[in-house]
Every structure is written in C-alpha cells, then in structure tokens.
Design a protein around this ligand. Structure first.
Ligand SMILES: C[S@@+](CC[C@H](N)C(=O)[O-])C[C@H]1O[C@@H](n2cnc3c(N)ncnc32)[C@H](O)[C@@H]1O
Length: 250
C-alpha cells in the first residue's frame, strides 16, 4: 500500500463485523481492538492482514463507495444509493464526463459520480459542510472531485466551462435551471432531486420554460426481500420515500 492511500480494515469480533477506514501513514491507529501500526501497511497489499498489539487480525481491503456511504461523516441527509444508481444509468455517466453538482452536503453523490466520471465540480453553500465533504472525498482517495464553497444560484453564471451532466440536490434548484443551459454540453443532462411533489412541479415548470427535451420525473422504490425459516417475502418495514428525480436533456 502507498502512503496516503485509503484502506478499509475489516475484522470480526463476537460474530460481529467491525470495519475502519484509515489512511496509510507512519502513525498508530488506536482502536477498541488495540493499537495498529499503520506504517506496517506500506509493506502490505490488498488481501493481506495486519494485527493489532492485542492480537486482533484485520483484513486489508480497498474501500469502495458502499463503504464510504456507511462510514463517511454526514452533515445532513445524503442521497440514497438507489437514487444515485438511477441517475448514473439514465444519464449514461462515463469516464469522459465533466459533472457539475450542488449542493455537496456530505459529498455522497459527488463521490459516487467521481468514481465514474473524469471530473466533478461540486458547490456547497455552507463552509463547514464543504470542509467535511472535502475530508470525506480525501478519505475516499478521489482527486478528481473539487468542492467549492458558494451558492450555486450565483456561481453557475460565473462558470465558463461546459459539463456533460449537472446534478442539483438543493431546495432552490428551480432557480438554477434557467442558467443550466449555458453550462451544458449539447446532449448533456440536468438532474434534480426533490423530496416534495410541489418542488418537482416547480422544476418541471422551469424546465418547460427553458425548453429541454426528454423530460421525465421518476420515483425509485426499493424493496428488500427477507429470507427466514418461515418463508421468503418482501420486508414488511414501511417503504420510505426519498425524493423525485427529474431528468431532462439539452
Ligand atoms: C440534501 S443535501 C445534499 C446531499 C448530497 N447530494 C449528498 O449526497 O451527500 C443539500 C445540500 O445543499 C446545500 N445547499 C442548499 N442550497 C444551496 C445552494 N443554493 N448552493 C449550494 N449548496 C446549497 C445545503 O447546505 C446541503 O448541504
């Protein structure tokens, strides 16, 4: 492993999975299971193990986005993987794409997009949230995701570059739509995420005014299937609503 690289350390204790995301460095990591000399990781690779001073053995893995989703520091409600998957699929996001994102929040969507796209530029209005997101992005080992502190409503008019995809997860997304056209590549997509019908309706009105094509609003419902001795069925837990995703194209 290289210095500065993000690593997932995984172990089990009393039948329970325990995981830590750390950064490879010449320092000690103090855990409930003992002290781990992180410098030893420089001589190891993914799949090897490392042992704490208390004899607890950890398997070394590379953290992936589901790990970051679980362990990233949160400043608010992140977008859920089911909705992020839908955005990636419906925009056809790929490794050549430049993405403009707002608001960054904890950076969950920005990180998922960053693992696929060439570059992600994300705006967050709150300085303290931007700091947390930058830390999460660094821990994920991403160097193609930039977080700028600013109000996307004002900042979008200052941008003189073009993006393939624009994602808006802010309450005032409707006020951004009219300027999205100036920063989108031909054939590019704008995606908005709205918790309420009323917000989704306001966005649809703005999208109609501006004149995008292929406009669609979707809700993605996820049902977990439970397996037990009694039988197999969808979970009876209430299906939670997250948001309505509106996708439109230039
Ligand atoms: C629901 S959270 C975004 C969650 C994020 N997509 C994620 O997956 O972690 C909304 C964020 O937008 C920020 N925000 C609200 N209005 C904004 C604006 N006009 N410009 C930039 N950020 C804004 C908020 O501070 C908040 O952190």
């Amino acid at each position: 492993m290289r210095s500065g690289e993000a690593v997932l350390l995984r172990t089990t204790n009393k039948g329970k999975l325990r995981e830590f995301i750390i950064t490879v460095a010449e320092e000690k990591f103090h855990s409930y299971f003992g002290i781990i000399d992180l410098g030893e990781l420089l001589q190891k690779e993914v799949g090897n193990t490392i042992t704490s001073h208390m004899g607890q053995v950890f398997v070394i893995q590379k953290p992936r986005m589901p790990d970051m989703f679980k362990y990233a520091r949160r400043t608010g409600a992140p977008m859920m993987p089911k909705d992020i998957g839908l955005i990636i699929a419906y925009t056809g996001l790929n490794k050549q794409d430049f993405v403009l994102d707002a608001g960054t929040g904890s950076g969950i969507l920005a990180m998922y997009l960053g693992f696929i796209a060439k570059r992600v530029l994300s705006y967050e209005i709150r300085d303290d949230f931007a700091t947390v997101a930058r830390r999460n992005i660094e821990r994920a080992g991403l160097d193609n995701v930039e977080v700028r502190c600013g109000n996307i409503v004002d900042e979008i008019v200052t941008l003189d570059e073009k993006f393939d995809v624009v994602t808006l997860d802010t309450i005032d997304a409707k006020d951004v739509i009219r300027n999205v056209k100036n920063v989108l590549c031909p054939g590019g997509f704008v995606v908005t995420y709205s918790p309420f019908f009323e917000q989704a309706k306001d966005i649809r009105v703005k999208i109609e005014e501006v004149g995008f094509v292929d406009v669609t609003t979707i809700e993605c419902i996820e049902r977990e299937i439970l397996f037990s001795d009694r039988g197999t069925r969808p979970s009876t837990a209430r299906v939670g609503h997250t948001g309505f995703i509106t996708i439109a194209r230039m």
